[in-house]
Write a new protein. Structure first.
Length: 423
C-alpha cells in the first residue's frame, strides 16, 4: 500500500503537469518586447498629375492620357488601393497586439490629415475606416484649404534670414551637383528626352538637360531647369502606371512602360534629395510634426492644430500627408530607404512609422519602420500583407534590433530640432 508521503508527492507532480505549457507560454511573454504605441505618417493615395493634361500637352508637345478625376485629386483606383494598405496596416498591428483583434477599445486610433489638399483629407478618412472596420475613426483636419502648420511649419511670410539660409544652401547644393551627379540621374534625363521629345533641346521643345537653378515662389524654394522638369514627368508616368491606365497610353508605345519608369525615376528621387531633404529646409518645414512625433512616442499628451487633444494613452496616431512630408521627416530623423519593387521611395500609400516598445527589463525603445505597396500591386489593386522594413536610426545609436532607447530618441532629436531653428 503506497505511503501517504509518496501519494502527496505524486499528486503534486500531476497537478503541475497541465500547467507546464501555459506556464512556459507565460514565461515567453515575459521575455518578449511589447508594442505600446505607434505614430504613422502616410502619403495619400494615387492622384492625377497636379498640372492639367492640357498644360502637360503644351509643355511637352505630346498628348498625355486623360484621367478620370481633376488635377491633383485621388482616383477611385487610388482609394481602393489605399483601403487595401490601411486594412493591411490594421491587421499587422492587431497581430502585434497593439490593436484589439475584435471590437473597439477607448483611445485606440486618432487620425489627422493635412487640410491643404482634398486628397490628403480624403486619404485620412479612408485610413480611419479601413484600419479598424469594427469601429471606424473619422479623419479630422482643419477646414479644407486651410494652411496646417503641422505639415508645413514655414511661417508666412518666411523671415529674410531663413529665406536667405534656405536659398544659399540650395544654390550650393545645385553647384555641387554639377560635378557629382550620379550617372543614373543623367541616364534618366536622357531616357526622358528620348521618350518625350528627342529633338526638344534643338527645336524649342522640352529639354531635360537645361541648367538647374533655384527660385523662391509662393513662400517656398523651387528648383528650376531640366532636372525639375524631368522629376515631374517621371512621377506623372509612374502615377499613370499605378493608376492602371492602358499600357498603350503610357510612354506613347516607346518601350515597355515599367522598364522606362524604372529608368526615369532616379531623376525624381534625386530632385527630392536636393530640395525636399535639404536639412535647412526640411527642419524649417517639418519641425512641428517632428516635435509632435517625439512627444507622442514618449506617451505625452499632445494638442492638434484645431485645439483638440490627443490623449497620452492613444495607441495609434495616423497623419495623412504627402511625399514631401515623408521626405522632410527622413531628413530630420536621419532615415533613408528604397524598395526593390517600387522605384519611388515615397510612392502612393507609403507609410512611415515610429513604434514605442516596452522591453522585458522595463525600458522603452523606439523603432522606425516603413511600409509600402509594390508598383505592380498598386497597378493591379492587389491585397498585401504589411511587412515593415526596419530603418536604421544612426543618429541615436540604435541597437542591432533597430531600436534606440526612448530617452536617447527624445533627447537627441529634440536637441537637433532646437539647434536647427533659424528665425
Amino acid at each position: 500500500m503506497p505511503k501517504p508521503a509518496f501519494l502527496l508527492s505524486a499528486l503534486l507532480i500531476l497537478a503541475c503537469v497541465p500547467c507546464a505549457l501555459p506556464c512556459a507560454a507565460m514565461a515567453a511573454d515575459d521575455i518578449r518586447p511589447t508594442l505600446e504605441r505607434v505614430v504613422l505618417i502616410a502619403r495619400h493615395g494615387i492622384r492625377s498629375p497636379t498640372r492639367s493634361i492640357t498644360d502637360l500637352d503644351a509643355r511637352t508637345h505630346r498628348i498625355w492620357p486623360a484621367w478620370p478625376v481633376p488635377p491633383g485629386e485621388i482616383s477611385a483606383h487610388g482609394r481602393d488601393d489605399l483601403k487595401l494598405m490601411a486594412a493591411a496596416l490594421g491587421q499587422h498591428y492587431r497581430h502585434e497586439g497593439l490593436l484589439p483583434r475584435q471590437g473597439c477599445t477607448p483611445l485606440m486610433i486618432n487620425v489627422w490629415a493635412d487640410s491643404a489638399a482634398h486628397r490628403t483629407m480624403e486619404s485620412g478618412a479612408i485610413m480611419g475606416h479601413a484600419m479598424a472596420p469594427d469601429c471606424p475613426v473619422p479623419g479630422a483636419s482643419l477646414p479644407a484649404g486651410t494652411h496646417d502648420p503641422l505639415f508645413n511649419s514655414l511661417p508666412d511670410p518666411v523671415s529674410p534670414s531663413l529665406q536667405a539660409a534656405i536659398m544659399t544652401n540650395l544654390r550650393m547644393a545645385i553647384a555641387h551637383d554639377r560635378t557629382t551627379r550620379p550617372a543614373d540621374v543623367d541616364r534618366a534625363s536622357g531616357m526622358l528626352q528620348a521618350v518625350i521629345n528627342p529633338d526638344g533641346c534643338e527645336a524649342g521643345g522640352p529639354c531635360f538637360t537645361t541648367p538647374d537653378g533655384a527660385t523662391w515662389q509662393k513662400n517656398a524654394p523651387r528648383l528650376t531647369g531640366g532636372l525639375q522638369d524631368a522629376a515631374e514627368m517621371a512621377e506623372d508616368m509612374l502615377l499613370e502606371y499605378a493608376q492602371g491606365l492602358p499600357v498603350s497610353a503610357i510612354v506613347w508605345g516607346h518601350d515597355t512602360p515599367r522598364r522606362v519608369i524604372d529608368a526615369v525615376m532616379p531623376a525624381h528621387n534625386h530632385a527630392s534629395r536636393l530640395l525636399r531633404r535639404m536639412p535647412v529646409f526640411a527642419f524649417a518645414r517639418g519641425h512641428g510634426l517632428a516635435r509632435m512625433i517625439t512627444s507622442l512616442v514618449s506617451a505625452h499628451a499632445a494638442t492638434l492644430p484645431d485645439g483638440s487633444p490627443v490623449a497620452a494613452a492613444t495607441r495609434m496616431v495616423v497623419f495623412a500627408g504627402h511625399d514631401t512630408t515623408l521626405d522632410m521627416l527622413a531628413a530630420i530623423f536621419g532615415l533613408d530607404w528604397s524598395f526593390p519593387d517600387l522605384p519611388d521611395p515615397t510612392g502612393p500609400d507609403t507609410t512611415l512609422g515610429f513604434e514605442t516598445w516596452r522591453m522585458p527589463d522595463g525600458t522603452r525603445r523606439v523603432r522606425a519602420v516603413i511600409f509600402h505597396q509594390g508598383l505592380e500591386a498598386l497597378r493591379k489593386g492587389q491585397a498585401i500583407t504589411a511587412q515593415p522594413d526596419i530603418l536604421p536610426m544612426t543618429a541615436c545609436h540604435a541597437g542591432q534590433d533597430g531600436r534606440c532607447s526612448l530617452d536617447d530618441f527624445s533627447r537627441i532629436f529634440n536637441a537637433r530640432l532646437d539647434a536647427a531653428r533659424i528665425r
